[in-house]
Design a protein. Structure first.
Length: 84
């Protein structure tokens, strides 16, 4: 033990070093447990709150508009855009 360092200072440094080692060990355990849980989360891509879909979605449909319907739609778009 160095002569210029008191017993309390050496004890304090030892306690701080021990606390740091324990903190690092605890942090490593928490991170290891967190990493162990992650792959199980990645496997479950389904949302458990939503029911399973039994049928695929229907195909998209397209309908040809008449010239009058196209003009009416263009007027609606202009109205919603504030006349621009």
């Amino acid at each position: 033990m160095p002569e210029h360092v008191s017993f309390l200072q050496m004890l304090g440094a030892s306690v701080l070093a021990l606390a740091a080692v324990l903190w690092v060990i605890g942090l490593a355990r928490v991170l290891r447990a967190f990493r162990a849980e992650q792959p199980s989360r990645r496997r479950h891509t389904d949302l458990s709150a939503l029911p399973h879909q039994r049928q695929p979605a229907p195909d998209l449909e397209a309908v040809e508009l008449t010239p009058a319907e196209r003009d009416a739609f263009a007027g609606l778009v202009r109205q919603l855009n504030g006349g621009h």
